[in-house]
Ligand binder design. Structure first.
Ligand code: ADP
Ligand code: MG
Length: 584
């Protein structure tokens, strides 16, 4: 009587088939999954390589082990202890079930297995050696409970496949990625990776995802994360996402698990990214660790031989919920810099004055050239974005002055030094307002004098196409004659009533710029309008204007970055300043 049985051909035919052994990392993955399925609490991955390639992978677990019969049967094709027939698949809780990993690995390598079942008492362990699919040795050995599998000479009999292997370091990186994914999904297991005798990573059996993250990537990354929570009747979302300051050039560090299974899903990664909205530049991705608990009948794991991909029912609702949960998590958090500052627990009340108001703040407005054209213009720009808001997501800060007429210097009540990019900050304020007006289909203002544009045929065709898009944004554009257009109304935020030249520039930019190819044209147009209407870098601001800008910024939903994802505020807390001067 053994736990392992060979699946009948009907069942085999209904299981997604395909090659599972492509490279050393696939071997590591299959062996690790088997160890996890065997109930291991601690798993060691020991990798050996020479200069050119990975030469040996050894995985040791303290799981349930196998009897002598099972140890041999495990190498037969379609031999598994995990399902009996296809019906079992609908409620599968194990990582494996196809019963072909060990057979496939043993067909293209030399495999040694040493195993002894749990609670076997005085019974000895078993050693099985399989080469090119043939059992070449079976003997009794002394062994601890659990299983050790050693895979050597991978692809020794399939030189074509060996040729496709990448450099040693690339293959090692793939192995590490496999361990990272599994360790993140299985915090109840301690993982240790050793390469050529040196420990590469180690996690504790803490059950705590943050502890696992720190074990794999270091405490600094763990500190730069914000918790995410979400729930719908059929799904629970939990995990952590990075502050926008910790971003990556690709989605490879968006880790997703579904019901404890680590999976890869471009759609879910896109949903996580979507939750950041404009907090990240278009081409950047966050670091994220997302655990999804979904009713098992909504998840189909039988679509891909390595089970990395799954099919989800109600995928739209699920991705929508993920994006919303991420957005909410970020909106409620202090996203400054590296997370060194304490998270803001509650929205703060509008700024109380700093304890030691700096001299510049007290300086009379008159110190600034009265009637300076730039000042008047900044004033008009700021007046347009004045709102009655309660929200205040920035810590209280009092402006001290400007640097290079570009950055506002401010002091927080706790002695933190803030530098605010005035253009980026005002862009954020405008962007939020334009986006809101756009959603309310309001915010258009008629021009006293329509702005007339005469365009070359190619551009006028582009403008004709863009009329509905521009209308969404509050531009009323009418064609009246060949290649001639009248702009009759513009978004309020643009404030272009005073400046017809700006209307032309903005529309030019919409037509010519990246807005035409950007995947989300609407958002791109909103960005352009915000950028055009915002206070410029290099514009002198009075203390009052600086203060108003900071208050406006604090009332936005995401004050930490501009719509292009660049930071609006950087902070140097007292500790950091003391450190710079090597105090205490
Ligand atoms: P699958 O995991 O799909 O069942 P495998 O070829 O990976 O197929 O493994 C075949 C069988 O061998 C498993 O079903 C399991 O019963 C047994 N087995 C493999 N590895 C281990 C292990 N580390 N500890 C205990 N049993 C194992
Ligand atoms: Mg398996």
């Amino acid at each position: 009587m053994t736990k392992i049985r060979v699946l009948d051909p009907d069942t085999v035919n209904q299981i997604a088939a395909g090659e599972v052994v492509e490279r050393p990392a696939s071997v590591a993955k299959e062996l690790l999954e088997n160890a996890i399925d065997a109930g291991a609490t601690s798993i060691l991955v020991d990798v050996t390589s020479d200069m050119a390639a990975v030469t040996k992978i050894r995985v040791t677990d303290d799981g349930e082990g196998m009897t002598p019969e099972e140890a041999v049967l495990a190498f037969s094709p379609h031999a598994t202890s995990k399902i009996r027939d296809i019906a079992d698949l609908s409620a599968i809780h194990t990582l494996g079930f196809r019963g072909e990993a060990l057979a496939s690995i043993a067909a293209v390598a030399e495999v040694t297995m040493i195993t002894r079942p749990r609670g076997a008492g005085a019974l000895a362990g078993t050693r099985v050696v399989v080469r090119g699919g043939e059992v070449v040795e079976k003997s009794e050995v002394g062994a601890p409970e659990g299983t050790t599998i050693v895979v050597e000479r991978l692809f020794y009999n399939t030189p074509a496949r060996r040729k496709f292997l990448k450099s040693r370091n690339t293959e090692l990186a793939h192995i590490y990625a496999v361990v990272e994914n599994l360790a993140l999904a299985h915090r109840e297991i301690a993982f240790r990776v050793v390469h050529n005798g040196k420990e590469r990573m180690a996690t504790q059996r803490s059950g705590e995802v943050l502890a696992t993250i720190a074990g794999l990537y270091g405490a600094d990354l763990a500190r730069a994360l914000v918790p995410v929570e979400g729930r719908l009747p059929f799904i629970r979302i939990s995990g952590y996402v990075s502050r926008p300051s910790e971003s990556r050039g690709n989605p490879s560090q968006v880790f997703v698990s579904i019901n404890g299974r680590s999976i890869s899903s471009r759609r879910i990664a896109a949903a996580v990214r979507e939750g950041y909205g404009t907090l990240l530049p278009k081409d950047r991705y966050p670091v994220a660790f997302i655990d999804l608990t979904i009713e098992t009948d909504l998840v189909d794991v039988n679509v891909h031989p390595t089970k990395r991909e799954v099919r989800l029912s109600r995928e739209r609702e699920i991705t929508g919920a993920i994006a919303a949960a991420v957005e909410e998590a970020l909106a409620g958090h202090d996203l400054l810099g590296d997370g060194a500052a304490e998270p803001v627990q509650q929205p703060l009340v509008p700024s109380e004055p700093a304890r030691n108001p700096a001299p510049a703040a007290a300086e009379p407005e008159a110190a600034y050239a009265v009637g300076h054209r730039g000042l008047a213009r900044s004033d008009r720009q700021l007046r347009r974005t004045e709102t009655e808001g309660q929200e205040n997501l920035l810590p209280p800060m009092e402006p001290i002055g400007q640097v290079a007429a570009t950055y506002i210097v401010a002091e927080g009540t706790d002695g933190t030094l803030y530098l605010v990019d005035q253009h980026a900050a005002h862009e954020r304020v405008l962007y939020d307002q334009v986006a809101e007006q756009r959603d309310k289909a309001a915010g258009s203002q008629e021009l006293i004098m329509p702005v007339v544009l005469s365009l070359p045929p190619k551009e006028s065709a582009a403008l004709r196409d863009a009329v509905p898009l521009l209308a969404d944004e509050g531009f009323l554009v009418e064609e009246f004659g060949r290649d001639t257009f009248a702009v009759r109304a513009v978004p309020v935020a643009l404030g272009a009533v005073e400046d017809p030249g700006r209307v032309r520039e903005t529309i030019d930019e919409v037509l010519a710029g990246e807005a035409r190819t950007a995947p989300d044209r609407r958002e791109a147009v909103t960005c352009i309008v915000a950028c055009r209407g915002a206070v410029k870098a290099g514009a002198l601001l009075t203390p009052d204007q600086q203060k108003r800008l900071l208050m406006q910024l604090a009332r936005t939903k995401t004050p930490w970055t501009c719509p292009h994802g660049r930071p609006t505020v950087v902070a140097f807390d007292k500790r950091k300043l003391d450190g710079l001067f090597r105090r205490g």
